[in-house]
Write a protein that binds this ligand. Structure first.
Ligand code: GLU
Length: 432
């Protein structure tokens, strides 16, 4: 009987591929296989009706060779430990690709936050930190927002941690509200990072925005961020979706209007707004699956893992896929797409790294108590994104490999350099 790989084993498989091109000692890969620490907690929460519910949560610190571990916390009903392990490994690689001085971590709570009242959500967030307080810390492990968590939750968590350690500790968590030590530009950083990747490709491929069509699966923080910037530059955003379904319009949508409507009513509607007055515009309703298979120039999966699988990979028509979600393409789907020379996948560990990059800026600002203007944050984000995008792109050309393999190769080289500095078998057996 053949057992299916877990998502963590799949994630490790991608390192094996990259190792062929990386100049590292094999001890590096050995380390990547074992997260350094895993904590599982039970969080008792008193619900508004007086009843008690116990929520299960995890935090995985994957590797800290390059610095304190870093990564978000998600609140989602489908969270499981193998997934959190995979997400933590991706964070190790993401921070290495961006060359920011962090290792990787991730956390999650099994919960549907949409079913909780604001007070229940606050109690859960604080309860999670109470259980995690010895595990995290500004020099140890620094959480941030992820799927279905936001800046308010980060604010509660930072406050709870500060209460426990009895000192103001803004550097323990990033993605906080600006009034509580958050950074300018953090809220839109993930979308902005992906936008810079697309702009680099625009230069290479000579795209004319008005003739370039874009479909975005997932209209949360990151999906909205990249949609808004691309729309501003004249790109045609022809389809967007949320967990309920997708809307499609050949001429493209007025992105600020649908963002306004979505944020007002929580529903995705095909509208055009003048101020706060919105009118419906013609649009077709599609399923999320149909959106993924649209004949567009750029496809942006910005929702969850496993959107493109072996079942739909062959139907994908877009030539460029920009992974704004973490892990939206399965390994099997990657293999199918990889055979097609006309498809370029900008991998998650590069395409969505704008978020953690501005998280790093936030942490730097918290530590020195000196706060930057938005313009400065944007400028440094653009510099970092463009620089690392070009390094990955050059690596892809040099080895004639998919861009994902190139990104992992770059990450492994950087992690490997840190591992080698602490000494490997070659050093300890007198060979160097
Ligand atoms: N959750 C985001 C990610 O997957 C951000 C992590 C962070 O800012 O630390 O990259």
């Amino acid at each position: 009987m053949s057992e299916e790989n877990t998502i963590f084993q799949d994630a490790l498989g991608r390192l094996d591929e990259a190792q062929k091109y990386a100049t590292i000692d094999e001890e590096t890969l050995q380390r990547m296989q074992y997260p350094i620490q895993i904590l599982q907690v039970s969080i008792p929460v008193r619900m508004d009706d007086g009843s008690l519910r116990i929520f299960k949560g995890y935090r995985v610190r994957h590797d800290d060779t390059r610095g304190p571990t870093k990564g978000g916390i998600r609140f989602h009903p489908q969270v499981d430990l193998e997934e959190v392990k995979a997400l933590s490994l991706w964070m190790t690689c993401k921070c290495a690709v961006m060359d920011i001085p962090y290792g990787g971590a991730k956390g999650g709570v099994i919960v549907n936050p949409k079913e909780l009242s604001p007070l229940e959500l606050e109690r859960l967030s604080r309860g999670f930190i109470e259980k995690m307080a010895d595990f995290i810390g500004p020099d140890r492990d620094i959480p941030a927002p992820d799927v279905y968590t936001n800046e308010r939750i980060m604010g509660w968590m930072m406050n709870e941690y500060s209460n426990i350690v009895r000192r103001h500790s803004p550097g323990v968590i990033t993605g906080k509200p600006i009034a509580l030590g958050g950074s300018q530009g953090r809220a839109t950083a993930t979308g902005r990072g992906a936008y810079h990747c697309i702009k680099q490709l625009e230069k290479k491929r000579g795209w004319k925005p008005a003739n370039t069509t874009v479909a975005i699966q997932g209209f949360g923080n990151a999906g909205q961020g990249v949609a808004e910037l691309l729309h501003h530059d004249g790109y045609r955003i022809v389809a967007v979706s949320d967990s309920q379904g997708a809307i499609y319009r050949e001429e493209g949508f007025d992105v600020p209007s649908i963002m306004h409507a979505k944020n007002e009513s929580r529903e995705l509607k095909a509208v055009y707004c003048e101020g706060s007055v919105c009118e419906s515009v013609d649009a077709q309703k599609l399923s999320n699956e149909e959106l993924l298979e649209l004949d567009v120039d750029i496809l942006i999966p910005a929702a969850m893992e496993n959107a493109i699988t072996k079942d739909n990979a062959k139907n994908i028509k877009a030539n460029v896929i920009v992974e704004v979600a973490n892990g939206p393409i399965t390994v099997e789907a990657d293999a199918i797409l990889g055979k097609r020379k006309d498809v370029l996948v900008v991998p998650d560990i590069l395409a969505n790294a704008g978020g953690v990059t501005v998280s790093y800026f936030e942490w730097v600002q918290n530590r020195c108590g000196d706060y930057w203007e938005e313009e400065h944050v944007f400028h440094r984000l653009e510099q970092t994104m463009c620089k690392q995008f070009e390094k990955v792109y050059d690596m892809m050309k040099e080895h004639e490999v998919p861009m994902r393999t190139a990104a992992y190769t770059l990450a492994l080289n950087r992690i490997g350099a840190a591992v080698a500095s602490t000494g490997t078998v070659r050093y300890f057996s007198g060979q160097e």
